[in-house]
Design a protein around this ligand. Structure first.
Ligand SMILES: C[S@@+](CC[C@H](N)C(=O)[O-])C[C@H]1O[C@@H](n2cnc3c(N)ncnc32)[C@H](O)[C@@H]1O
Length: 322
């Protein structure tokens, strides 16, 4: 490390210190987050706890309030921090952030561009994934949201992250990066940024768009197909269902987060390359004048149809309708 290298962001671990964030979980699973301060007290609905009882001790302890309620003490995980942090714009939920890191193939050392930064939740996940040898350049068109994002990222990492640059401006006007490995878009109209994304990405680079509605998904997928610089896009969503597991009562929880958003990924082609014709059979009525088989451009059939390889069930479940 040279003298000019900024310090590595603090990774919170070890003994709990003054200034650390902790969460107290009560016997009903309710979580309260607080910042430890020497000499201060935390007041719950039944009694209080002195911060000094926690400072200097490890995580994973149990402290008892003056009202005789026991609380588990842990530092928040990033997933806890992301859903509880102050918000300007709506945040990407951990289930989607995890998918973005995996499916957009964000790797240590990657050069990544992101827009919009919103509240900075996804920025935290991306920064963790690129690490100190990668770079994340985040664009946010609203100055007030950019400020929220900056505060959240700095709070999570305990100071400025050496790999992070935050620019106030619209990605399509303000982007300066070239030779970028990955671009992640979480915004209303990602299709407006495709020219800028195509210019920024290296051949083989990947763009990932997170959108909330089917109409947006359709527009970004068709936009990528028509653009000419991208291979066939892949569109998907993730559903997560938690389970109640107690003795013989083992069943899915009654409540789940039903919908958050959709993801679309596509790879950047080399300049001047036209993808080979891909044969696909559109559903009846998918296109105004479609025939039964249509040849389209695109070559990235990421998850090919393997149904031909799977023996058909003899009867009942799983059989296609006759
Ligand atoms: C849903 S929020 C992003 C939330 C963020 N990913 C997070 O996890 O906290 C969408 C943000 O995109 C910003 N935005 C929309 N279009 C943009 C563009 N073309 N360039 C930069 N920011 C944009 C909006 O101002 C808004 O803050």
């Amino acid at each position: 490390m040279t003298a000019s290298t900024p310090p590595a962001p603090r990774t919170p671990h070890g003994i709990l210190r003054d200034g650390d964030q902790v969460q107290l979980t009560d016997p009903k699973g309710r979580i309260n987050t607080l910042t430890l301060q020497t000499g201060k007290q935390w007041h719950g609905h039944k009694g209080w706890i002195s911060h000094d009882e926690i400072i200097g001790r490890p995580e994973g302890i149990v402290v008892r309030s003056t009202g005789n309620i026991e609380y588990l003490v842990f530092r928040p995980l990033l997933q806890d921090f992301a859903v509880r942090m102050p918000r300007g714009a709506a945040v990407v939920y951990p289930k989607d952030a995890g998918q973005i890191v995996a499916m957009a193939d964000i790797f240590p050392g990657a050069r990544v561009v992101e827009a919009g930064a919103g509240s900075g939740a996804l920025s935290c996940f991306l920064l963790r994934a690129v690490g100190e040898h990668g770079s994340l350049s985040s664009y946010e068109r609203r100055e007030d949201f950019a400020e929220v994002a900056r505060k959240n990222v700095e709070k999570f990492f305990g100071g400025p992250h050496p790999s992070w640059k935050l620019t106030v401006g619209s990605l399509e006007d303000a982007i300066t990066e070239t030779d970028v490995d990955r671009v992640v878009l979480d915004m209303l109209a990602p299709w407006e940024c495709l020219d800028a994304v195509a210019k920024a990405l290296v051949p083989g680079g990947l763009v990932c768009a997170y959108i909330a509605t089917t109409t947006q998904m359709s527009r970004v997928v068709e936009g990528l197909r028509e653009h000419g610089c991208f291979a066939e896009p892949y569109a998907f969503e993730t559903l997560v269902r938690s389970w109640h597991v107690e003795g013989l009562a083992v069943r899915p929880d009654h409540r789940m987060i039903g919908h958050t958003g959709f993801l679309v990924t596509a790879r950047r082609l080399a300049d001047g390359v036209t993808p080979p014709l891909r044969r696909r059979r559109p559903a009846k009525g998918a296109y105004p004048e479609s025939g039964s088989t249509e040849l389209t451009r695109g070559n990235d059939n990421r998850f090919p149809d393997t149904s031909q390889d799977v023996p058909a069930p003899e009867s009942g479940f799983g059989s296609p309708p006759a």
